[in-house]
Each structure stands twice: as C-alpha cells, then as structure tokens.
Design a protein around this ligand. Structure first.
Ligand code: ZN
Length: 177
C-alpha cells in the first residue's frame, strides 16, 4: 500500500474550490470525499500535478491557472442553432450532448432560447477562471486490477454490477467519469 500519491493510486480527497473573490464554486462538503484514479487526467491537470508525492493528511493549497484548469473561454464554442432543430421544449440551463470533431462527447449548455435561434456554449463553465483549490488527502491506496482496466475507481457502496462490462455505469453512482 503506497503512502505517497503516485500514478494509478486511488486517492480520496476533501476539497474546496473557490474563485478569486473567495466564492465557493464546488466542494466535497455535501458530496463527501472525491475518489479518483491518480495520473489519468480525471481531475484538472494543475491540481493533479500538485498532488504528486503527497500523502494522507497533507493539505495542499494551490491556484490553478486556466491553462492548467478548464482552458480559456473560446468564442468559437458559442454557437447559434435554429430553434426548429430541437423537437423538445428546450430551456436555458439545459446541458446537451454534442459530438466533437474527434467523435467524442462534448457538453453544450443552453445559454439563450430565442424565438428563432438557440445559443449554445461548449465552454466549460469554469473556463478562463483561476481555480483556488484547498485539498486535504484523506486516503491513498493501490488500485485493483479491475479498477485499472476500467480506468476509474469502484467505490464499495456503488451497488452497480460490472458483469456486462463497463459501459453500463449509471450517472451519480459515485463513479467519476
Ligand atoms: Zn467499472
């Protein structure tokens, strides 16, 4: 069992994320500690690098620049689409799944719904922001072979079975995809 965080360790962290005004953007207060597989890009790059070689009980405070966080806000990712392309009651705030040019999934948030046009924004909500993380490491353990082959952490209380392979994880089960 490693006591330092290295690649492929399963790490459990309490975290608080604030913006430059000190406003809390996200924290583990309500959800409980976040478990992730280290070195796999599951958390923002800048934070992951800062956690290398840290151990249980360590507190890490770091400001991650947009470049090492969620990137710069790009105007070209804000697009207008004719409203009649949507056959459902589209509302501001909805997240739509679109395909990026590489064939991956890319979430777009509905910004504005006009009479004729819908404005979609493919930027991450935290794009162009400096991210102030305050992280305490709660646990570090080795990943199981199954976790490594799936590329994510299995937490005991998830209740999902993996018999059908890993395409079937539901949202919200504690897996962080
Ligand atoms: Zn799995």
């Amino acid at each position: 069992m490693p006591d330092k965080i290295t690649k492929d360790a399963v790490v459990s962290i309490d975290y608080k994320l604030t913006d430059d005004k000190g406003e809390v953007l996200d924290s583990s207060d309500e959800t409980g500690p976040l478990d992730y597989l280290h070195g796999q890009g599951q958390i923002v790059k800048g934070l992951e690098e800062a956690l290398n070689d840290k151990g249980v009980g360590d507190n890490v405070k770091i400001t991650v620049s947009p470049e090492d966080g969620y990137g710069k806000h790009e105007d070209k990712l804000v697009i207008k689409v004719p409203r009649d392309q949507f056959d459902f009651d589209i509302q501001p705030g909805m997240i739509l799944d679109a395909q990026d040019p590489q064939g991956g999934h890319m979430p777009f948030q509905v910004k504005e719904v006009g009479d004729d046009e819908v404005t979609l924004d493919g930027n991450h909500p935290l794009a162009s922001m400096s991210l102030n993380f305050d992280v305490t490491i709660k646990a570090v353990r080795e990943a199981t072979e199954e976790e490594l082959s799936h590329g994510h952490v299995h937490d005991g209380g998830c209740g999902h079975n993996h018999d059908e392979g890993c395409g079937s994880h539901d949202e919200g089960c504690g897996h962080h995809h």
